[in-house]
Design a protein around this ligand. Sequence first.
Ligand SMILES: Nc1ncnc2c1ncn2[C@@H]1O[C@H](COP(=O)(O)OP(=O)(O)OP(=O)(O)O)[C@@H](O)[C@H]1O
Ligand SMILES: O=C(O)C1=C[C@@H](O)[C@@H](O)[C@H](O)C1
Ligand SMILES: [Mg+2]
Length: 169
Amino acid sequence: MKKPNNLFLVGPMGAGKSAVGRQLAKLLHLEFVDSDDEIEERTGVDIPFIFEKEGEEGFRKREAKVIDDLSQREGIVMATGGGAILDSQSRNRLGARGFVVYLYTSVDQQRERTQRGRERPLLEKGEPREVLESLMATRDPLYREIADLVVTTDGRRVQTVAKEIHSAL
Ligand SMILES: Nc1ncnc2c1ncn2[C@@H]1O[C@H](COP(=O)(O)OP(=O)(O)OP(=O)(O)O)[C@@H](O)[C@H]1O
Ligand SMILES: O=C(O)C1=C[C@@H](O)[C@@H](O)[C@H](O)C1
Ligand SMILES: [Mg+2]
């Protein structure tokens, strides 16, 4: 694994960054952190509330700070938010401070895995499939730009994806 022994998961909503990250941290005996959870812990409110009060721009500022802080640690598996790679500084930091894995997931699967719950404010902005398509068009090249490894998650169990990444390291 690239120094300093960190693994960062990037990819769209429903890719399984949080679910796979948790399993992978166990396999690697590393600490698991999740940038979305860290933002909620620091603010004491949930992500939809931050979007409501500060807009996406306010959320992105908080996200960039959390990514900077967490990626400076050593020996972590970090699940990032789906849009964390929009910020060029965050992309540089993730690329420089750890091994980056892109969990490629088709829009069909993203849709299936994000149907429950209302914790993803961007999906409330329009027809979810169209939103996911449009986000992927912008973001897929950015995920690929910093990825050291691309793994497809479609039709595959969380544990299978985690084991594949583990074996590839
Ligand atoms: N490979 C998979 N197979 C089946 N279900 C999955 C898989 N990966 C994730 N899931 C399920 O899909 C849902 C979304 O996964 P998860 O929250 O890990 O995605 P995420 O990439 O962290 O998304 P976000 O960017 O919104 O945080 C969860 O219910 C999770 O259990
Ligand atoms: O794709 C996105 O932009 C987001 C994904 C989630 O992980 C959260 O970070 C938030 O809902 C925004
Ligand atoms: Mg997540």
